[in-house]
Design a protein around this ligand. Structure first.
Ligand SMILES: C[S@@+](CC[C@H](N)C(=O)[O-])C[C@H]1O[C@@H](n2cnc3c(N)ncnc32)[C@H](O)[C@@H]1O
Length: 357
């Protein structure tokens, strides 16, 4: 019997900007090398121009070898030193692997479109929940085209870098609180690969979920991931959308959503006002509606966003301990359980920010 060829990673979503900066000998590359990319994006380094420089730098420094694509499957975009919060088990499935559930079936796991990508299978930890297959970028695969797109659309590349730990926590929260989405219209902002939106589609009875991002390349991944998993969605309507917070003022879909979700989207200070405006515009006026943001504090960036939100007459409250499992995992990590060596509450633990009109 042919078993699926899979690299087994026991738990879900780790994260981070590519961390293996390579030394190089050319003067231009040395100049660019001075810009550190060792840390997750944070308030002081999150300016779009700086992030674009990092993308360009990596593209210039990267060596392309056949070996690299062979080894790529071991470098799916997530923090090598971390299994994240260990909430959602996953496997990286090699291209061409046979169907995970039915290894004898003639169908094979969808091939990624390029050697830059891999397919990750997330096993939602609830009886009866389907598995979700997400196409994601391998680590360190940024190129000049990414840089051009970022420049053209005034956006960063963080949605392609990895599935961030906050998205894992948001997904888990949506799964654990499925009832709040029943018959609701939901939109995810700055979704990246969109795991949380797909969890809502597959494991709740939401009437609709729109999974959005401001980076068109990211939206291509979202659209692909929606198509691949569409058999799991039941009656929930699922769509992707290119939605840049700066362009919401002219949007034709205001005042229509019961619930907005977002993870790790508050560190871009230059977009705080646009993000607050977007939330205000999208939240339904009549009836209860709210946004659920999962955001690490990241220095003063979350506080600055909250200030901006209050300027837009949005009412925000912060919940630190919103789920016993996530909280216990956080406590273990703080105590230094060794599985996430650079775990810092300020940068890694997502607070739940509830935002209402
Ligand atoms: C840190 S990533 C988080 C992605 C995903 N939520 C996760 O946690 O894995 C931030 C996301 O916000 C998107 N983004 C950044 N600025 C944006 C803007 N002005 N409008 C819309 N999306 C934006 C990026 O493209 C990226 O996908």
């Amino acid at each position: 019997m042919n078993r699926p060829r899979a690299t087994n990673y026991p738990y879900g979503a780790g994260s981070c900007l590519a961390r293996n900066a390579r030394k190089c000998s050319t003067s231009m590359a040395q100049q660019i090398h001075h810009q550190s990319d060792e840390r997750a994006p944070e308030d002081s380094t999150a300016r779009a121009s700086s992030i674009r420089w990092k993308i360009l730098r990596r593209a210039l420094l990267r060596r392309h070898t056949d070996n690299e694509s062979q080894l790529g499957i071991d470098r799916i975009s997530r923090r090598a030193s971390s299994d994240g919060f260990k909430l959602i088990p996953f496997q990286v499935v090699e291209p061409g692997a046979r169907n995970w559930d039915n290894p004898d079936s003639s169908s094979t796991t969808e091939m990624p479109h390029s050697v830059k990508d891999a397919v990750v299978c997330y096993k939602l930890p609830i009886d009866g929940s389907p598995k979700l297959f997400l196409k994601q970028r391998l680590e360190n695969q940024e190129d000049l085209h990414d840089f051009e797109i970022c420049n053209q659309y005034n956006i960063d590349n963080t949605g392609l870098v990895c599935l961030w730990p906050s998205e894992e926590v948001l997904s888990y929260y949506c799964l654990s609180n499925a009832e709040i989405f029943r018959s609701k219209r939901v939109i995810e902002l700055g979704s990246g690969y969109g795991l949380a939106g797909l969890v809502i589609a597959a494991a709740t009875e939401a009437s609709e979920i729109v999974i959005t991002d401001g980076n068109p390349q990211v939206v291509d991944y979202i659209q692909h991931n929606i198509q691949v998993n569409s058999g799991a969605f039941g009656s929930t309507k699922v769509n992707s959308m290119l939605l840049h917070w700066k362009e919401m003022q002219g949007s034709c879909t205001p005042d229509t959503f019961d619930i907005i979700i977002a993870s790790d989207c508050t560190f871009f200070k230059e977009f705080h006002a646009d993000l607050a405006w977007t939330v205000k515009l999208l939240l339904k006026e009549a009836g209860p509606s709210e946004a659920l943001f999962f955001s690490p504090k990241r220095g003063d960036s979350l506080d600055k966003f909250l200030e901006e939100a209050s300027k837009h007459d949005l009412k925000c409250s912060i919940v630190e301990n919103y789920d016993a499992t996530v909280w216990n995992r956080h406590q273990d990590l703080l105590a230094g359980d060794g599985s996430w060596s650079n775990y810092l509450m300020d940068h890694c633990y997502p607070l739940l920010v509830r935002i209402m009109k």
